[in-house]
Design a protein around this ligand. Structure first.
Ligand code: BGC
Length: 766
């Protein structure tokens, strides 16, 4: 019996067992609080709670079958149920499905002294059952409405399955493609990342958290996890305060301003302090400075890891440090439940720390409507109706198309002709129904994505021949498992070459499997894994008309392909409707409009690479070797941030700063530019505005994105675009975390990528 089967059997047994334990008791905690405000209700409930019950609210247990971290020794079902019945559990994660959720909720509500409902959390990262593209891919759409809609679909399906709370969005900025979790974020830029963070929070939470189709969001991982040294998972982080304030924190701040109800802390340390124990981050910045009034959940057993990092000598000290620092809930760590009540009784941790944490947790539970009806998310009829319906399928197809980035299209090889063509479809990922689902998709079923092969079969007037060319792996692939990449068996390559020889055009689907990125999947190479490069070169030798479709969860270094292959399409892992989206783009039924949210390096040695770097003292004195560069590679990326082509072309002109060239630091500056679709098909362009603050008391990046607009334009059509720059865009954080705008000279750049040349200057005066 494999691990998963075993766990499912356990859970079925548990559900039956639990339903046997019926009770007439009602939700006792709400009896005297019906017409009061949430605050009054929380105060009243808090006044009735024992220390143990308070600690219980701060305790979260993993459910019974999905495991998303190492299982602690205490983590057995018997202990979990005992604690549940005592009212020592405030939340569970990885319990899903209305029946399972109802079962555990029933214990919390009917068998505990106060009947406080559980809040049920789950990693709804890019969809629940119906999957959207992985978040990095979706970010390439720069389409905030589509991104919000995708989160709404995810939230609706999760809520229908009993879930109240998602551990998303991940808002970690990362500049290092080696880090597997870049697939979960919005890429390298804090401005784009902040806009996307807000859109995702809005999508999950809606306007009213108490509706049964909205769930609480969680911005994670607070903070700086995306800067794991050398891209190695769970590693130390060593960044300066300027990067912390200007790059890492802004998307969290945006999520808080957007009303996010929870924040997850993180596995990394910062300045020698594991962030789960960081009072500076959690209490001083998040709760005091930003007035965040939701709650903070630890990452999986990250309170325990304070000990392993060498910052606390035992669980007692870890519980003390984390609670005082402002970690309100312990995820599957068994530290608070074991230590916190005694720490309060001994006077080491003030009871007011518990009161603050529990107040925050109960507030969110009230807002979710769980006290009014703890089973409001447990309606099996709604579960059937809301999950995987046509509306959701259409929404994820829409965002999947918008996420595709056209990287190269020499001689207009794309779009493909719809008739009379013999097309060879080649590659280990071309017929894969699983990989496009990406990582982090525990709520969905395996093998439910539309493959590229299936998508292309819809275009019936061409002849389509499929050859796998390679097996990517030896053995199984799974979310919790290391994959074994095939590096030896090239026996299928010859058949692929033969198919290529007799074809008009070859479409190759290569890249990373969905389980080659995500948590615990750092890489030291950014090439095409296994024998795919060999396959690509062999096929290209046989037929030069190759369209390379990349499936991947991170930027890849594909310098050879860029030099040789005429057309390259970045199609990431696009979720349930992947193959349909890709086929529509290949055939020109959708004109690609995506732009890269992360720079693609030429080689792994350039990493971390990002567009908003500092000038250095020696940026370009090319007459000798003493300047900032490499002797064996160019220093520019292969494809820069913000880059992406279309089947049409766009022209920018007449960049104008309205009202002259000198402004006061308090002014709002209006910038206009003309954008024209100069090709002969309709298309959409992401127009981007960057600034450079030339002299700063803290040096400023060579470019910073400060505005963008997604502009649909018919063939030949033009439009004047208007951007505004005010304090928010022109200022920055100093090294004490104060936001300020400094007088001085600025440049503004507008265009279709971060390397645009169109620029104007202006000056700010005090
Ligand atoms: C991850 C979190 C996730 C949690 C619960 C951890 O290992 O870092 O992002 O939400 O597990 O699954």
């Amino acid at each position: 019996m494999n691990y998963k089967t075993k766990q499912v059997i356990t859970v079925c047994g548990i559900v039956l067992f639990l339903f046997g334990c019926s009770s007439d008791q009602k939700n006792k905690s709400m009896i005297d609080t019906k017409n009061a405000t949430v605050n009054e209700k929380v105060t009243s409930l808090l006044s009735k709670m024992t220390i143990e019950e308070k600690v219980g609210q701060m305790n979260q247990y993993n459910g019974f079958w999905d495991v998303t971290g190492p299982v602690p020794e205490e983590g057995n079902a018997k202990t979990k149920y005992e604690h549940l019945r005592k009212g020592w559990v405030g939340s569970m994660l990885n319990v899903r499905g209305t029946e399972n959720v109802r079962a555990v909720q029933k214990i919390a509500v009917e068998e505990t002294r106060l009947g406080i409902p559980l809040i049920i959390g789950f990693d709804v990262i890019h969809g629940y059952k119906t999957l959207s593209p992985i978040p990095l891919a979706e970010s390439a759409s720069w389409d905030l409405e589509a991104i919000e809609c995708s989160a709404r679909v995810a939230g609706t399906e999760a809520a229908a399955s009993g879930i109240n709370w998602t551990f998303a969005p991940m808002v970690d900025i990362s500049r290092d493609a080696r880090w597997g979790r870049v697939m979960e974020g919005a890429g390298e830029d804090p401005y784009l990342g902040s806009k996307i963070a807000k859109a995702r929070v809005k999508g999950f939470q809606g306007d009213d958290l108490s509706k049964n189709n909205t769930i609480a969001a969680c911005a994670k991982h607070f903070a700086a996890y995306g800067f794991s040294e050398s891209g190695k998972e769970y590693n130390s982080v060593d960044i300066g305060t300027s990067t912390l304030y200007n790059t890492v924190l802004p998307p969290f701040k945006a999520a808080v301003d957007g009303g996010v109800r929870t924040i997850m802390n993180s596995f990394n340390e910062l300045n020698g302090v594991p962030v789960t124990a960081s009072k500076f981050l959690q209490r001083d910045i998040l709760k005091d400075k930003w007035n965040f009034d939701g709650f903070v959940i630890s990452d999986w057993a990250s309170i325990n890891e304070i000990i392993i990092w060498g910052h606390a000598k035992d669980k007692k000290e870890a519980a003390k440090l984390a609670s005082i620092a402002g970690s309100d809930m312990d995820m599957e760590g068994y530290v608070y439940i074991r230590e916190l009540a005694n720490l309060v009784k001994e006077g080491v941790v003030k009871e007011s720390i518990l009161d603050d944490a529990v107040r925050r947790i109960l507030t969110v539970k009230f807002e979710l409507g769980l006290f009014d009806d703890p089973y409001r998310y447990c309606d099996p009829e709604n579960e059937k109706k809301s999950i995987g319906n046509k509306e959701h399928m259409d929404a994820v197809l829409d965002v999947a198309k918008k996420s595709i980035v056209l990287l190269k299209n020499e001689n207009n090889l794309l779009p493909l002709k719809k008739k009379g063509q013999k097309i060879a479809l080649i590659g280990p990922l071309a017929d894969d129904n699983n990989s496009p689902l990406g990582s982090w998709r525990l709520g969905s079923d395996d093998n439910t994505a539309v493959s590229v092969l299936e998508g292309m079969k819809n275009y019936k007037e061409n002849t389509l021949v499929f050859e796998k060319g390679l097996d990517l792996f030896t053995g199984d692939v799974a979310f919790t498992q290391q994959v074994n990449v095939n590096t030896t068996d090239d026996s299928k390559i010859s058949k692929a070459v033969a198919a290529a020889k007799s074809a008009d055009v070859v479409v190759m689907v290569l890249g990373e499997h969905g389980f080659q990125s995500g948590e615990g999947r750092s890489r030291t190479k950014l090439d095409l894994p296994g024998l795919q490069q060999e396959l690509l070169e062999a096929v290209y030798k046989a037929n030069k008309n190759v369209v390379l479709v990349l499936n991947n969860g991170r930027p890849l270094a594909i310098e050879w392909a860029d030099e040789n292959i005429p057309a390259i399409v970045e199609a990431w892992q696009l979720g349930t409707q992947s193959g349909n989206a890709i086929a529509e783009v290949l055939y020109g039924d959708y004109n690609p409009s995506g732009k890269l949210p992360m720079s693609f390096p030429r080689n792994v040695g350039q990493v971390p690479i990002y567009y908003n770097y500092k000038n250095t003292g020696r940026p370009n004195t090319e007459q000798h070797v003493f300047w900032s560069h490499y002797i064996d590679s160019e220093k520019t990326p292969l494809y820069p941030f913000g880059y992406g082509l279309s089947y049409t072309t766009f022209e920018y002109s007449n960049l104008t700063i309205k009202g002259g060239e000198t402004f006061s630091v308090n002014d709002t500056i209006t910038v206009t530019v003309d954008l024209k679709n100069t090709g002969d098909v309709d298309g959409k362009e992401v127009a981007q505005l960057y600034i450079r603050d030339l002299v700063g008391s803290v040096t400023r990046p060579v470019r910073e994105l400060k505005g963008f607009e997604l502009v649909p334009l018919k063939a030949g059509e033009s439009k004047t675009l208007e951007f505004t720059l005010s304090k928010n865009e022109l200022g920055f954080y100093d090294n004490d975390g104060n936001f300020m705008v400094e007088a001085g000279d600025f440049k503004v750049f507008v265009g279709g990528s971060s390397t645009t040349k169109l620029e104007k200057s202006f000056e700010l005066k005090n």
